[in-house]
Design a protein. Structure first.
Lengths: 160, 305
């Protein structure tokens, strides 16, 4: 069964005719070639497939594409093209936050979601903010430091 | 009506009309259903019945206080929305704020957590404790039922095929009690499924000694969430004495029926009840009686971080 689904993806209106029960992650990766959305656990627990859904961080592996109809989705590709996104990506690179890199798109989205709601987080608040993102290299400390760096570099930008 | 595999209503009315004609599975957050029906990477989940996506129905996303002072939570409100909203009772906010990962809390809904009828669900514990009701709607009209009756048994709820959960109504809040307690034992700080969660609340009479109201509920200690008014009656109308505490502790121990690791679950539950009642009898300044500070479920002192 195919249905027409219209939504906003990374700032552009898009439409697709597909099975509304297909997972959002599959549609983003296969139909829109957004390969920055990674699949880890497939159960909504690891955060690798995180996207923003109406500006809220969600795991795209547990959402059917039909639920995105009329809604707004931002992936790592859209976020890293924004000024705020660039600050985080640069901070992650400069801070040595990236090891194998598989969790990083999700981590960047978690950092973006955290800093957009809390521009100057404490260590504990950062750890809480990325608690839904699992890094199997276990390189959490440098990720936490890099998010501090992004908060510092962004300054007032995070409050806008 | 031609039977489809997936319905996408835009309004509650439309959703109820579909429900009246087709036996559909309502799907909101997807945190249970999309996981239990998943196949593998790239393959569409397969459901045994047609699905109705209700994630974005605006009628189901409101949180307000009704004219009786009860907190009304739309069925489609997410754990994150509940955790952040001060209109929601404290026990429920605690449970919602510790449910799964952040991204999941922005999807998972309160009605889904109830309808899943898992004994490990996070919200039923507080909802049982606070006498919460589910509002169930259909084209035939609305009805209400206690959450503790609506969840009939493991994975079974009292919902007809034309009905939809539309609201959760919570008549009590922390303001109705002198001391409150909520503790989830999980294997780690974040993303944990409950090993046991105990919710408690107590209210004293004006004399400050006689117990006017006491409640305790426990999650993951049996086939469904446990609460027993008979056990609570053992202490209501009395003053808190060590013997009474043991009566309640032993009474509640008879109520629960944990399967896996029963000795651990029983002992931890006993300790949490004993701890709460012992501390409440001392009338501390803080309303929230905490488990963690200087206290461990295993008896050894917990280092403060």
């Amino acid at each position: 069964m195919e249905t027409k689904i219209c939504f906003r993806l990374n700032g552009k209106d898009v439409k697709i005719t597909t099975d509304p029960l297909r997972r959002l992650i599959d549609v983003l990766r296969e139909d829109f070639d957004l390969k920055g959305v990674k699949e880890g656990c497939s159960e909504g627990e690891c955060g690798a497939c995180s996207v923003l859904f109406n500006n809220k961080m969600v795991t795209s592996c547990i959402i059917p594409i039909g639920a995105a109809d009329g809604q707004e989705i931002m992936t790592i590709e859209g976020i890293s093209a924004t000024e705020k996104g660039k600050i985080i990506v640069d901070a992650f690179a400069d801070g040595g936050a990236v090891q194998c890199g598989f969790c990083i798109p999700g981590m960047v989205i978690a950092a973006y979601y955290l800093l957009s709601n809390n521009p100057d987080p404490s260590d504990d608040e950062i750890r809480l903010g990325i608690s839904g993102n699992i890094c199997r290299c276990t390189g959490y400390d440098l990720i936490v430091e890099s998010i501090h760096l992004a908060a510092k570099r962004g300054g007032a930008i995070w409050k806008s | 009506m031609e039977e489809l595999k997936c319905y996408m209503p835009k309004t509650l009315r439309e959703a109820l009309e579909i429900k009246a004609k087709v036996d559909v599975i309502p799907l909101a957050g997807g945190s249970d259903l999309m996981v239990s029906h998943k196949r593998t990477i790239g393959l569409t989940p397969v459901f045994e019945k047609p699905v109705m996506i209700i994630r974005n129905l605006p009628e189901l996303r409101k949180i307000y206080v009704n004219d009786k002072g009860e907190c009304c939570i739309g069925a489609g409100c997410t754990s994150a929305e509940i955790a952040e909203n001060k209109l929601c009772p404290w026990h429920l906010r605690q449970a919602a704020s510790r449910m799964g990962a952040i991204g999941l809390r922005n999807s998972a809904t309160i009605a889904g957590n109830i309808a899943n009828a898992s004994p490990k669900g996070d919200t039923p514990g507080p909802l049982y404790l606070l006498d919460a009701r589910v509002k169930i709607s259909s084209l035939r009209g609305d009805r209400e039922e206690l959450v503790s009756d609506f969840i009939v048994k493991f994975r079974t709820i009292d919902l007809k095929s034309d009905e939809l959960i539309t609201e959760i109504i919570v008549p009590y809040s922390e303001d109705d009690f002198d001391y409150i307690f909520w503790h989830k034992v999980g294997t780690r700080k974040a993303n944990a499924i409950s090993k046991i969660t105990v919710s408690q609340a107590i209210k004293f009479e004006k004399d400050g000694k006689t117990v006017k109201d006491y409640r305790v509920s426990a999650t993951a200690t049996g086939a469904k969430t446990n609460r027993s008014r008979d056990v609570e009656k053992l202490i209501i109308g009395k003053t808190i004495e060590p013997e009474i505490i043991e009566e309640v502790v032993n009474g509640f121990d008879q109520v629960i029926s944990p399967r896996a690791m029963p000795e651990f679950r029983r002992e931890a539950t006993r300790r949490m009840i004993r701890r709460f009642l012992t501390e409440a009898a001392k009338h501390p300044k803080d309303k929230v009686i905490d488990t963690y500070e200087g206290y461990s479920m295993t008896g050894a002192p917990t280092p403060r971080s």
